[in-house]
Ligand binder design. Structure first.
Ligand SMILES: [Zn+2]
Length: 317
């Protein structure tokens, strides 16, 4: 399967009011590509309807228009390729509708016999086919394609969304603001750079300060919304004589930045520049686990099966 699951588009010929969804999808895709949609001719015997669309070609001397007959076949639910019997009287249909081209718009592949038939028709008029793979490529490449993917393939869209949490944990773990409880991993908050992770550090100003000047003691860590929530917490810790170091969560979810940030924490612990309290270290680990849901790719079914196998082994093995 490709990136898009065409089964998300309901089956044609069902009397549930959704029978036109694939045709509607075809119209939207062709419109995105710059074709003008002219008419939906009457429903044929097979319940399928052909579309007539127009392509404007800009020439050096004058522009020409190509009138295409579009035949939509949504066979992905039955799993078959589009065969010769699915496309009867192509030449007659093209002629009857005053068209000079034929487009096959399909959610599966074209069978070899139909392909040969279409090739032979190219002597009479122009022929183009859009199969699932070609349609997917066009949607992924095109700026407007994203909207169509969102509308017609909502589940696939979720999978493609690079800021959606992956299936890293068997249950999603939110990253709740320490002040208001809002989940800072929500897509809109990440896009708005709305959240920060704050390291509460012991400074020389702290009256209880006894440690070596070179070292930083991280007494606590929290994450919060920028602005009011963070200000309240910052004030709370400043009043106790601590200083704050902070980082944008939206930067940390950038894979390169994520790795760089974790490596620098490793290095500072290794060099004994930073000392963590138990509370702070526990929170740091939780934070890394939570943001990893955004940074990491989805695990495949095989990955998950393997994890379950490994986890079912007794601890001493
Ligand atoms: Zn908040």
């Amino acid at each position: 399967m490709g990136m898009l699951d065409f089964k998300e588009i309901p089956q044609a010929n069902n009397a549930n009011g959704n029978q036109d969804t694939f045709e509607l999808f075809a119209r939207e895709v062709l419109n995105m590509l710059g074709f003008e949609i002219l008419v939906n001719p009457d429903r044929g015997q097979d319940g399928g309807r052909d579309l007539i669309i127009e392509e404007k070609r800009i020439g050096l001397l004058n522009d020409t228009k190509v009138r295409w007959l579009v035949s939509c076949k949504h066979k992905v639910h039955s799993g078959g390729s589009v065969i010769v019997n699915d496309e009867e009287d192509i030449a007659d249909r093209v002629l009857a509708n005053n068209c000079n081209g034929f487009i096959g718009f399909y959610s599966t592949v074209v069978s070899s016999p139909l392909n040969r038939k279409l090739e032979s028709l190219k002597e009479k008029f122009e022929v183009q086919t859009f199969d699932n793979e070609k349609i997917e490529g066009l949607l992924l490449m095109n700026e407007r394609g994203k909207d169509l993917i969102k509308r017609f393939f909502p589940k696939s869209y979720q999978r493609l969304d690079d800021k959606a949490p992956s299936n890293l944990l068997n249950k999603y773990m939110p990253l709740k603001c320490a002040c208001c409880g809002k989940d800072l991993l929500k897509r809109d908050l990440l896009e708005d750079y709305a959240g920060v992770i704050v390291f509460v550090e012991e400074s020389g100003l702290n009256k209880g300060f006894t440690a070596d000047f070179e070292k930083t003691k991280i007494v606590d860590i929290y994450w919060a919304c920028k602005g009011t929530c963070d200000d309240k917490l910052t004030q709370y810790y400043i009043n106790q004589g601590y200083v704050n170091g902070w980082e944008d969560i939206s930067d940390i979810i950038i894979p390169y930045k994520y790795l760089q940030w974790i490596m620098s924490i490793f290095n500072r612990i290794r060099d004994e520049d930073d000392i963590y309290t138990d509370v702070a270290f526990e929170k740091l680990k939780n934070f890394i686990i939570a943001v990893s849901q955004i940074v990491f790719k989805n695990q495949s079914k095989e990955d998950i099966r393997r994890i379950m196998d490994l986890n079912s082994l007794p601890d001493w093995m």
